[in-house]
Design a protein around this ligand. Structure first.
Ligand code: AMP
Length: 198
């Protein structure tokens, strides 16, 4: 996409479908929008739940999709068979490291504990200055409203700085997040280190 520095977007999301069909629709649309923007989708490689829908959305527009699946989960999460590339790795740690290395930005869609762990890891690593890539939460159907309330509480109770809260973008649509990523600038002073020390 012209001058965009974001060529690959990682999506974290549920290995379940969720109750409302809106979640699956949002996942499919997120994949579509990433492909339509000319960007590669990087995700967990499964065909189950919202994970499968996001991949199908990108593939429906002829997008490039890279999956990263740990060996132990290959059977359980059922590898997607239509991907551009599927990496089978040895562990969950390798999966997350490879997804991080391959991606320039990170979207978290509705999901469970696995999605939360991934979202918090990439956000806290930004907070520490380990990387300068944008990340955000897609608040589909208001699913993440209680979490966002908790983040505000972290700020008001003095456990999270407002500028660190603000680096985690929030939008109601995939396009909203993709737009926010294009203008993202990592904070100059991280929680413990400055950019110069990276
Ligand atoms: P979930 O949101 O719980 O449905 O999980 C979404 C994805 O996160 C799935 O591919 C899970 O395998 C993965 N996952 C589950 N637990 C973890 C974890 N501790 N660290 C990273 N990913 C995980």
């Amino acid at each position: 996409m012209g001058t965009s520095r974001i060529s690959a977007v990682c999506v974290y999301c549920g290995s379940s479908m969720g109750v409302s069909p809106h979640y699956a629709e949002t996942a499919f649309e997120t994949g579509r929008q990433i492909a339509l923007a000319g960007k590669t989708l990087v995700y967990g490689g499964a065909q189950v739940g919202l994970m499968g829908r996001v991949a199908d959305g990108a593939l429906s527009e002829g997008g490039k999709v890279i999956g990263v699946l740990p060996e132990a989960l290959a059977a359980k999460e059922l590898a997607h068979t239509g991907l551009t590339k599927l990496h089978i790795v040895g562990s969950m740690h390798e999966r997350k490291a490879m997804m991080n290395d391959l991606s320039d930005a990170f979207i978290t869609l509705p999901g469970g504990a696995g999605s939360m762990e991934e979202m918090f890891e990439i956000w806290t690593w930004a907070q520490l200055g380990y990387h300068t890539k944008p990340s955000g939460v897609l608040n589909a159907g208001g699913y993440y409203a209680p979490l966002l309330t908790m983040l505000d509480r972290m700020v008001s109770e003095g456990f999270l700085k407002q500028d660190m809260r603000d680096i985690l973008k929030v939008a109601e649509t995939p396009q909203g997040l993709l737009d926010a990523f294009e203008s993202y600038e990592a904070p100059k002073v991280m929680k413990w280190v400055t950019k110069d020390q990276l």
